[in-house]
Design a protein around this ligand. Structure first.
Ligand SMILES: [Zn+2]
Ligand SMILES: [Zn+2]
Ligand SMILES: [Zn+2]
Ligand SMILES: [Zn+2]
Length: 494
């Protein structure tokens, strides 16, 4: 028990066959989560919409961008009712004296389902119940590397070696797939988180024609002219800048002049960006996958053959324990791991499992990289908000801004910590006016849906919910091609 990893079985002599690689690609945990999310969306569509808990979630900020997009494209689902509550809730919170709360997208019920389903799947997995999948040494589990690494952090110590073995097997599978088939992304990180929205034939696609989401005003640089152009064309300039930055990075990664060695520092791509690239920019995807496999290979090696032993002196060990605690805490914030790292830190200090913890820690550190695409998006949003703040200092800038529809509510909330109070108040005033207009339209649509006024012709209010979606979450909510969403903190590379 002092060092279970040293008992890791040697690498399998026989490589898994190619056919087997493809059959095993679907991750059991991802599948379980997907099925739960599908059920949850079906439930919301059928009856949840009229329930109190749902109304409350909507008033707290409603769906996140990723799930709102999926619902918008699902076809059978008009979001008039939910977005009446989202807008109404925002208006109330924005006007609350003393504790103005402008956040949107934080009360996503589908995200809640997603994380609950994932936790439940891990519980089932630990008991060996999940679709017959069992943590068995020497067998390559149908679990993606993303989920295996979560399992590594949650598994009992006696199972760490087995999970480490599975990671090694999966990495070999990915290497095999990358040599022979396109895009081993599913082996690495499971199902495409935007897969449902990407499915062809989504019937609200006409919404995209009505509201072009392609950024037109931004070429590559963030400039005052580009900001005004976007505003005057009815788009949120922050959304446009974010999208331009994301596409710019993917384009750069896939460029022919790429030098694999020189650019190692900029080849880290998260799951969302990897699947986007896989669909639309295969050269970039190939580079992202190759880099990902390389990081996983290093991690698997470290897990298998060990690393430097933990320091023997108590002071050195204390310092390491703090390092490990910090990394675990950061990982937990990003991936909602259970709180057990404090306990791991104590055990590290007291010794019995120090080598295991040390090795697990070093393996993680080896592959913990922030996605460069996500970082580009976050930076672009900040720089554009800062510029907007600067433009809103003078009277001329304010006048010009006030003649437009302003920025989306998501970026208005983000701007609160970056833009000077007076300038932000201008953006807030413009948003409040837009909220009032869209709120009226949504009410009108809800009224006309009433059977008792069926003689009234329908008008433009029928598509008010699409305008509401763009207003609340930004222009990307109706995007059709590159779907990676802008995170608060850069996602980990795949
Ligand atoms: Zn998975
Ligand atoms: Zn969500
Ligand atoms: Zn925006
Ligand atoms: Zn990313």
């Amino acid at each position: 028990m002092t060092d279970v990893l040293s008992r890791t079985p040697p690498a399998q002599a026989v490589e898994p066959e190619r056919g087997g690689a493809l059959d095993d690609a679907a991750c059991a945990v991802c599948e379980f989560v997907r099925a739960s999310v599908d059920r949850s969306i079906f439930f919301i569509a059928v009856e949840g919409i009229s329930e109190d808990w749902f109304r409350l979630q909507m008033r707290k900020g409603g769906f996140c961008l990723r799930h709102a997009r999926r619902l918008a494209l699902e076809g059978s689902f008009r979001l008039t009712e939910p977005y009446r509550h989202v807008i109404g809730g925002w208006q109330d919170r924005a006007e609350a004296p003393g504790k103005m709360d402008l956040s949107v997208g934080g009360g996503c019920p589908v995200c809640a389902t997603e994380s609950r389903a994932e936790a439940h799947a891990f519980g089932l997995l630990a008991r060996g119940d999940l679709a017959g999948a069992r943590v068995t040494p020497g067998r390559t589990l149908p679990i993606c590397l993303d989920h295996l690494v979560l399992l590594l952090d949650r598994a009992a110590w006696s199972q760490v070696a087995e999970v480490a073995g599975s990671i090694g097997g999966r990495v070999r599978l990915a290497m095999l797939a990358s040599a022979e088939v396109e895009g081993p992304s599913e082996i690495l990180c499971g199902l495409d988180p935007n897969g449902a929205a990407r499915r062809a034939g989504a019937s609200h696609a006409n919404a995209r024609d009505a509201h072009p989401t392609e950024p037109l005003g931004f070429d590559a640089s963030i400039t005052p002219d580009a900001v005004y152009r976007e505003l005057e064309d009815g788009r949120c300039p922050v959304c446009s800048a974010v999208r331009t930055a994301s596409l710019g990075y993917i384009g750069w990664l896939g460029r022919p002049a790429y030098e694999p060695r020189g650019d190692r520092d900029l080849d880290a791509v998260c799951r969302e960006h990897l699947f986007d690239a896989g669909q639309r920019a295969t050269a970039a995807a190939a580079r992202g996958v190759a880099a990902s496999i390389e990081r996983w290979r290093l991690m698997a090696d470290l897990l298998a053959d060990g690393s430097a032993p933990p320091p023997t002196r108590l002071t050195g060990r204390l310092r390491r324990a703090v390092d490990i605690f910090r990394r675990d805490r950061a990982a937990r914030r990003r991936q909602f791991l259970p709180i057990r790292s404090a306990w791991a830190t104590v055990r590290y200090l007291l010794d019995p499992g120090a080598p295991v913890i040390e090795r697990r820690h070093q393996a993680h550190v080896q592959r913990d990289r922030a996605c460069v695409g996500c970082t580009a998006m976050i930076t672009a949003a900040r720089r554009t908000l800062d510029l907007l703040g600067a433009l809103l200092v003078g009277r001329a800038g304010v006048d010009r801004f006030e003649r437009t529809d302003g920025i989306c509510l998501r970026h208005l909330a983000a701007g609160r910590s970056r833009i000077e109070l007076q300038s932000h108040a201008v953006a807030l005033r413009v948003a409040a006016a837009r909220a009032a207009r869209i709120g009226w339209e949504l009410d009108e649509e809800a009224r006309k849906l009433n059977w008792s006024v069926r003689y009234e012709p329908h008008g433009p209010e029928e598509t008010a919910w699409m305008r509401a979606l763009r207003f609340v979450l930004g222009d990307d909510v109706l995007a059709a091609d590159f779907l990676a969403t802008e995170p608060d903190v850069a996602r980990l590379a795949a």
